[in-house]
Design a protein around this ligand. Structure first.
Ligand SMILES: Cc1cc2nc3c(=O)[nH]c(=O)nc-3n(C[C@H](O)[C@H](O)[C@H](O)COP(=O)(O)O)c2cc1C
Length: 119
């Protein structure tokens, strides 16, 4: 079992980080491999809407620090998306990452983690 967590909050010790840490610790105890990406520490562009990932391209045309994250998500059995609420929405960090996930990771390569759960 591979669990990938995307921390969308910029606060490294905030509520989202605390929850992600607890989930990862519990998953490790249950035998899972876990990795957590702090999106705020990574440099990446928002989705360019080129639709290349819908035309058979396995990887996003943008090669940046999100490339490794997308690859990890594609291999994951479980993906945790964590964010505080900013004006009724997810943080901008997670939104930019999520657009890539929805477009590229769920594209031709497919996702292993397919059943969404909101905590
Ligand atoms: C720019 C900004 C906008 C926020 N907007 C909301 C909001 O609309 N509703 C809410 O309940 N809390 C709002 N909050 C509070 C955060 O959701 C809260 O501090 C949360 O714990 C942040 O998540 P974190 O601890 O994982 O960083 C906002 C905080 C910031 C900095």
């Amino acid at each position: 079992m591979k669990l990938v967590s995307l921390l969308g909050s910029p606060r490294a010790n905030g509520n989202s980080a605390t929850i992600v840490k607890r989930i990862a610790e519990t998953a490790v105890k249950l035998g899972a491999e876990t990795v957590t990406y702090e999106l705020n520490r990574l440099s990446y562009q928002g989705c360019q809407g080129c639709y290349a990932c819908k035309k058979g391209l396995e990887e996003c045309v943008l090669q940046d620090e999100l490339t490794e994250v997308l690859a990890a998500v594609r291999e994951a059995d479980c993906v945790v998306l964590a964010s505080g609420v900013y004006f009724g929405e997810i943080t901008s960090q997670l939104k930019e990452g999520f657009d890539h996930l929805a477009a590229n990771a769920a594209g031709s390569a497919g996702l292993r983690a397919t059943v969404p759960r909101v905590i």
